[in-house]
Design a protein around this ligand. Structure first.
Ligand SMILES: Cc1ncc(C[n+]2csc(CCOP(=O)(O)OP(=O)(O)O)c2C)c(N)n1
Ligand code: SF4
Ligand SMILES: [Mg+2]
Length: 351
């Protein structure tokens, strides 16, 4: 993989977070993606979210598949653990890593080709099992890396750069995530960082399967008239159901908003997400209502964005399996080898 290292020097007065790190400490190599690619804005939003939350970089594991989107972990969190897996296989690698070491924060970055085509089965099982992670799909409706073929998320009737209409029905990743039991489901737009950064922060703090579909225009192959994933189209059809503010007890962030209805959502770790409702009656705690809302508004050509669903009492895979509270590599001989009497008893229970 070609890359350009970023110069280490930076201005001494750059703002620092609670840990004394600047934003630069959460960056990595210089991006080699096309100038204007939505994926770069998502990387910038991830950097901003991790910096604002003062996340210790060594606590993060970033994993991806194959694609322009899956290359992006090379452009952020250079001091974190990373694993670039095989096309569509990121979810099973995260599942294994998470089971072995529950103490890391897992960030999976994927594309619509990576997750809605070859990796669809992997995506489905990761969501339904409730792997505690943030799963970001950088959704541009095409296979960017392999020169712009329609992906499975391309809308029926949307046109390729050469003017050919897509005849196939599209897969809606948000709807799928809701149906599969993800406990945090959101959609963002790479062109709206103010909305995306708090969504990522809330997803990081959520203890369960957090899915974020980010519409991320591909300027090389899918940013023309007739595309439904272009900057212009998404700006014109964006239907934000709410706006987030994120209050962390560790690093309070105050943001000034116009008056509106505000709904606090208390997360598992004591942090609070403030949902500023833009749509009267939208309830982000009602899975079925969220699916109905999506079906209704998407049939009219709108693109609902924001925090679409969050479960109040989420459970993750570790809770389902009743695993031990610590990372497996922290278990000592005593826990791993409880003695022959315990083994006898266990064997007897299986006879
Ligand atoms: C097993 C396998 N099949 C096919 C490919 C070719 N391939 C590489 S990336 C890609 C699709 C990438 O699309 P997406 O995940 O949407 O990422 P984007 O480049 O659009 O960000 C494909 C089909 C591959 N690398 N490996
Ligand atoms: S081909 Fe598309 S997705 Fe890939 S870097 Fe260029 S603009 Fe981004
Ligand atoms: Mg794509």
């Amino acid at each position: 993989m070609t890359y350009l290292a970023k110069p280490k020097l930076h201005h001494p007065t750059l703002p620092k977070n609670r840990l004394g790190y600047t934003r630069r400490d959460y960056e990595c190599k210089i991006s080699t993606l096309c100038a204007g690619c939505g994926h770069d804005s998502i990387s910038a939003a991830i950097i901003q979210a991790c910096w604002e939350l003062a996340i210790e970089p060594h606590r993060v594991a970033k994993l991806s598949g194959i694609g322009c989107s899956s290359k992006t972990p090379d452009y952020f969190l250079g001091n974190s653990h990373g694993f670039n897996s095989v096309h569509g296989r990121m979810p099973s690698v995260v599942t294994g890593a998470n089971l072995a070491n529950r103490e890391l924060l897992y960030l999976g970055v994927s594309g619509d080709g990576d997750s809605a085509s070859i990796g669809l089965g992997q995506f489905a099982h990761c969501m339904r099992r409730g792997v505690n992670m943030v799963y970001v799909v950088e959704n541009n409706g095409v296979y960017g890396l392999t020169k712009g073929q329609f992906s499975a998320t391309a809308d029926r009737g949307s046109k390729s750069k050469r003017g050919v209409a897509n005849a196939d029905a599209s897969i809606d990743m948000v709807m799928l995530a809701l149906q599969l039991g993800a406990t945090f489901v959101a959609r963002g737009f790479s062109g709206d960082k103010d909305q995306l950064v708090p969504i990522i922060k809330a997803a990081i703090e959520h203890q369960g399967a957090s899915f974020i579909d980010v519409i991320s225009p591909c300027v090389a192959f899918n940013n023309h008239a007739g595309s439904t994933k272009s900057y212009d189209y998404v700006r014109e059809h964006n239907d934000a159901v709410n706006f987030l503010d994120f209050i962390s007890p560790r690093a309070p962030i105050t943001t000034q908003y116009d008056p509106g209805t505000v709904q606090p959502v208390l997360l598992h770790d004591g942090t609070t997400v403030l949902l500023r409702k833009l749509h009267d009656g939208y309830d982000a705690h009602d899975r079925v209502a969220a699916m109905n809302y999506l079906a209704h508004h998407q049939s009219k050509g709108e693109i609902p964005t924001g925090l679409l669903y969050v479960e109040r009492e989420p459970e993750d895979l570790h809770a389902h399996l009743n695993t031990v509270d610590v990372a497996l590599n922290k278990l000592g001989e005593r826990e791993l080898c409880p003695g022959s009497a315990a083994l006898e008893k266990f064997n007897a229970s299986l006879r």
